[in-house]
Design a protein around this ligand. Structure first.
Ligand code: MLT
Length: 263
């Protein structure tokens, strides 16, 4: 059930714990449940805020087009609605990281730190943009089932697929239940996102870069380049993990985040 009305959209958010705010922003086409390995853990020391972005999970679906800035502005408005004025630790995975770049640009004063998991700083090339548009058109015609089967191998390493079938099923179910209009709007928004590589050296927020050793979507080589370009960044690679490192290897990811937050 949505708890807040944010920019006219009923927005579902899980909040737990007390302490400095830790905002967990999910990837595409997922929802807050991808942070199941982090919420309880960090609620012992932080106010954990894990929303479903507009249209995803249990948040209300809209027909409006979106950009990464739309999602970033929604998150700032959510913090306002929750009465959170203290700067937040913004932790985003993949699309959540694309949103983080927009948050840095438009809401810098609300940030205590950035935790960027398995994400990219470059924009889509024209081939990737075409694929996103085909995905948008197909999902509107057929629904999201094809995505659930097609994405799993890219999101998770073989070891996770073999040894943790429950998180694979959970993720497939989330993808299958995501409204086609939300998937299409987010695909088009990701295709239109800007390249932020030239902005990286000027980002002055303490930043942790986390990447799964075998991430097939945002590989370590690319995330290492992001870290190298950011004077404020620390880089951590998670062994035996893929694109969904926080869900695949929560203990290692939590240890890295904890060390960063307690620095
Ligand atoms: C995600 O996990 O959010 C997606 O892989 C991002 C993307 O498709 O670029």
């Amino acid at each position: 059930m949505p708890e807040y009305t944010i920019n006219n959209i009923g927005t579902h958010v899980v909040t737990q714990g007390t302490g400095p705010p830790l905002l967990l922003v999910h990837g595409f086409p997922l929802d807050h449940t991808m942070w199941s390995g982090q919420v309880d853990h960090f609620a012992a020391s932080h106010t954990v805020i894990a929303p479903d972005l507009r249209g995803f999970g249990q948040s209300e679906v809209t027909d409006d087009p979106v950009t990464m800035q739309t999602y970033a502005d929604d998150l700032a408005a959510l913090l306002d609605a929750m009465g959170i004025t203290e700067p937040v630790h913004f932790c985003g995975l993949s699309m959540g990281g694309y949103i983080a770049w927009a948050f840095v640009e438009h809401h810098r004063d609300r940030l205590a730190s950035l935790i960027l998991c398995d994400t990219r700083a470059t924009a889509d090339n024209s081939a990737a943009q075409k694929t996103r548009e085909l995905t948008a058109q197909r999902v509107l015609k057929e629904g999201p089932d094809f995505l659930a089967s097609g994405l799993i191998d890219k999101l998770f390493v073989k070891q996770t697929r073999e040894q943790q079938p429950e998180i694979i099923e959970q993720t497939k179910e989330v993808i299958r239940s995501t409204d086609p209009r939300t998937v299409a709007a987010a695909s088009r928004a990701m295709a239109a996102r800007p390249d932020v590589t030239t902005r990286l050296p000027a980002i002055d927020v303490p930043t942790l870069i986390i990447v799964g050793e075998h991430d097939a979507i945002s590989p370590p080589s690319e995330m290492r380049e992001i870290a190298d370009a950011m004077p404020t960044a620390t880089y951590v690679e998670i062994p035996n993990a893929g694109h969904m490192a926080p869900l695949e290897c929560p203990e290692q990811v939590n240890a890295a985040i904890e060390q960063f937050l307690c620095r």
